[in-house]
Each structure stands twice: as C-alpha cells, then as structure tokens.
Design a protein. Sequence first.
Lengths: 309, 388
Amino acid sequence: MDFLPTDDQQALQAAIRGLLERRLPLDRLDAGFDPGLWRELATTGVFQLRQPADSGGLGLGMAEAVLVFEELGRACVPGPLVASHLAAGHSPGPVTLLDPASRPWIVSHLECSVGLLILDDAGPRLASVATVRAAALPAPLDPLSPVHEIVDLPLGDLLGGAELSERWRREAATLTAALQVGLASRMTDLAVGYAGQRQQFGRVIGSFQAVKHICADMLVRVELARAALHAAAVALDEPDHPGQRRAVAGAKLLADEAANCNGRACVQVHGGMGFTWEVPVHFFLKRAWLHATEHGDAAEHAAALGDLL
Amino acid sequence: MDLRYTPAEERFRSELGDWLSAAVPGLPAKPAADDWAGRRAYDTAWQRRLFDAGYAGIDWPREYGGRGASPTEHLIFLEECARAGAPYVGVNFVGLLHAGPTLMAAASDRQRRAHLPRILRGDEVWCQGFSEPEAGSDLAAVTTRAVRDGADYVVTGQKMWTSFAIVADFCELLVRTDPTAAKHRGLSWLILPMDTPGIEIRPLRTVLGSSEFSQLFLDGVRIPVANLVGAENDGWQVTMLTLSFERGTAWVDQIVDSIEMLRELAALNRAAGNAPDIRSELGHLAAEFDALWALTKRSVSEAARTGIPGGSASVLKLRYTEARQRLMDLAARILGPASLSRDDVGGLPSRRFVEERINSLSYTIAAGSSQIQRNIIGERILGLPRER
C-alpha cells in the first residue's frame, strides 16, 4: 500500500497546473469558454487520458484522471469537461451531458459542444448537437457556464448497455468530485491569501483566531474530501472492487460539501469585497453550486450510503 | 496511489488474524472502570501475550525488542486488533505510545535498558505528568519546580489529568528547572518512580462517574539527576517529541470501530421503521469515517516514505473527534428512551453507546483541543501569523 501519488502522477498534475496558471490567471477567468485553451487541453491528453494507447490515448486510469481534474477545478476551467472526457473515444470535440432522470432537462455548455451525451439507464447515447431542440436560458447562475433547457430529446446513437451507463455514472460523479476538490482547495488558498494580507484593527486579520479557524476548517474539508476522492479513484481502477458505489458516493458527498462550505467561507473571509463581482471568489462558488447538482447531490448520496450500510 | 496490500502484507494480516482468533475469545471479562488493580492485571496480561507471540512493540525497532514492522504492517496490526475486538493498550498507553518512543529517541543507553524491555513485556506501567491546573492548552506554562540538591532534583508542584497514576510504576514528568529562562526554555523531562516519598495521588472523578485521571501532588519529591531524559532545560523539545508519537495512527482502533457501529446502528434503525432522516445521517457519517480511514492510510503512507506521519495528524484528530461525537448523538436518537440507561435495556445495546457518548466529550479536549488543532493547522500548515 502506498496511497500517495507516484512521481509520475505528481509530474502529470504539476504539468497541468503549470499550463493552467499560464493560460487562465484570475484576471482572465471571466472570458468564459476558450476554444484555444480547450485545444491545448486536448493536446496534452486531458480528454484522451484513459483511452487505450493503441487508439491514441494515454492509457492511464482514474487515479491520474482525478489529479488532472482537481487542477481543472482549481483553475475554474469553463466547459463540458467531464462528458468530453467520458466520450473521448466517440467524439473528437466537446460533448456535454444530460442525465434524463434529473428534471428539468438543463445542460450547460451546449453552444460550444458538438455532441450531447444522454446517460440513459439502458445505455449511454450520443446525439449530434444539431439534432437537439433547446432554448438558451438568459440568466445562468454561473456566468461562465451558459445553460440551455432541452425541449425535445433526440435519439442519438447507442454507445453501450446499462453496464456502461452505470460505469460512466460512477466515473462522472468521481470526476465531478475532483473538480469540486480543486475548487475547494483554490478557495482555501484565496481565503488564506486574503486573510494573510488584509489588515484591520492594526493587524493582519488572519492572525485573529476567529478568522484563522475558518481557514483551518477549509483545509480540513479539502484534505478529507481529497482522501475520499483518491480512494474512490483507485477503487474504480480495480474493475471488480466491491466498494465502488460506497466510495464514489462518499467522495461526491464530501467534495460537494467542501466546495460549498469553502465557497461560503471564502466569501466571508473576504468580507464586503467578497460580495463584489470584481473579486473572483463568486466564480468559484457558483461553479461549485453548478457541480453540486450534477451526478447526484449530497443528499442523494447520503441516502444511498445509508442504504448500503 | 495504491490501496492494495502486497502479498507479504496480506500474509502478515492472515497470520495475525489466526493468532487473534485463537487468543481473543478466551479472554476473561473486562474489569470494571474503577477496579484499577483488575485493569492493570488485565491490560498487562494481554501485553505479555502479545510479547510472547512476537507482536509487542510492533512498530518499535528490533534493537529495542520490537518487531521493527513497517508503518503499513503497524496499521494492519491495529486494524486487525480492532476487528477482532482485542483489548487496546489500556494502562500501557503512556509506556508504549509516549514514554517508550521518547526514551528511544532521547534517553541514555542505561535508561533505555532499564525501561524499554519492561514496558514491552507489560512489566512496567507509566503515567503522564505534563498538564497542571494552570498549564492546559498552554503546556509550556508548567510551574512544578525542580531544584538541584546534590545528585537529586527536589520537586514540588501539582499535576493534573494524570492517567493511570494509581497503578503506574513510573511517571514522565515535565518540570521547571530554570524559572529565569523564557517559558519554553527552562523545562526538563524526568523519570519519576511512583514509589518515591512525597507523592500524593488524588483520583479525579470524571463525568463518567469513575476516576480515569488523577491529580498528583508533589511535595519535596527527590528524583535523581540520573533520571533526566535529554538535556537539562531541553524538556520542551523532548515533550514535543513525546506528543508527536501520539499522532497519525492514534485513531485507527476507533475509526474501525465507528464503521462497525454504523452497520449496527443502521440495522437498529431498520428494525425501528427505517426513518429516512436517520438513514441519511448514517450515510453521511459513513462518508466521513470512510474518508478518515483513507486519510489514515495517507498518513501511514507518508510515514512509510519519509519516516514522519506528515501534516495530516491535526486534520485527522480534529475531524475524527467531531465525527465520533456526532455518531454518538445519532446513536442516542436511534436508541430513543433507551439512551437514558447506561446499561442495556429493552433489548437495545444502550450500554456501549451511552458510555461512549459521555466519554467522547473528552475527545475534542484531550491531547490538544479542537481549538488548538485549528491554531496548529492555521499557523503551521497555512502559514497564518500567530495572534498578538
């Protein structure tokens, strides 16, 4: 047993972080979906990461994928990341995702996608975006993630059976949890950075225990959620691991909680500035709220875990 | 990033499992909380059996009589003991987890030879004399004075929260040897034989109603200078070393136990109509404890790679202790009126949960309160400045 990332895994994660720090600094965050950045991510193998090497992929596993997705969350990269990763063997361009069990049928990033992945119980289907009848919603919660309401679901091409849908659901929940851990971790850094330089009452506010303890709790949530996330990832990399459902549900639950609570804490530490558009904290929190609705929210996973006991 | 065990680790687990399944079922009933003579006999007899089977001091180096096992084998040992319901360290806690490792790291050869083999065999029980009425979270504020007189220190003062004092042979004692130095600089770490004249032990009745701790009154107690561990006035460094051994794997027993309790409570809830809010809260706690277990494995992996458990100890302690308290509150909800009895009632297992509900109040206070842990995380991990 060695639960720490290997040297190769750390190098992969550091490379993605380096790329995103260069390409998506805080002051360029509000530009929204960037096709150029998307192509660069595709070139580095973000989407082909787990595709077999003989079909142009990197042949890596969920362990590597969650490290990469933590970085994508950390940088608040806009776009249909999870679905494009899942469907990488079927579509070269961006793909967004709909779970038809979840109503109303709202998808994000439809306008920049070439395909819509429909995660039906019977099996995942992929439809061309041109065949989707949908209306753009004028006031999206996350300004960087435009949303559409789907009026009519196209049939699309069946990609596999019920088993594939089940596997992709688990992988999607885990990759979304990774984005949430990345967001939660970045918001911890933003709060600590601000608390370490903002002065009131003649001293840095991070020296006050009332503020310091908020920051400490943020780190604790990230560490716990990350441990759960990595445990879920390695469980998914073992095809017949009996604890997959439990591990995935726990990871998504704790990651959602970390992202939401850390987002609120980050706004609080920033005080009035945290309520301004100019301070970018809200982009991270709104993204966290978006992901919290995807692939089972915390309450659904808690109920599912209760049933598994 | 791998949670699978090697064939050698699996072999170790299965041999240990075989031994435990033979040894544990025949154990006598556990003595009552206030039967200290009985508790000492019970815990030290178990320690002796571990010793005879080659499992004592699993993580201690071979040169000190331990098994020299890897951090992962140590984790497997703690996990299997918890699953088998084997006794935990009990009265051997301070000797095995504090004093022993401290002696290995900081004591003279003579001191090590005198104590380590006896601690390992269960022949020698230790207690801890660190805290004082005015030195709790602010441990470096200890005022118990040790004045040099010839070949002895003459020690006067009062210690609090001394676990196992009633049955201990020795005490790890933190004293002030230089009252003129800055508070962290004038302390020393001494070995106090508990049969020395001038020691008065007053049991301290806790909220459990029993006396888990004592107060120690020291009046002109003569301790040979030869019992100094580490350098004079370097006791703070030695103490930090002592406390560092408590981290990382300290909660394995209870995390494994909590995951088992969740199964038991889910069955009780199902039998009582499967209230959905309780079921969800059980699920939520399952996520917490599974994650704490994963975090423990991360900490053990860090120890295996670097020799130190890393920064997760405070994170684990803070989150585990709060989760355990939530678990006990939930257990009380599931037990309903049966939670009013500290003995089993109405066919429900009240005893175990109600005792632990009371006992767990101490977890967020002992060994560095939750507030101190948050300071440690805020200052040492996040790099925020100290208050003032």
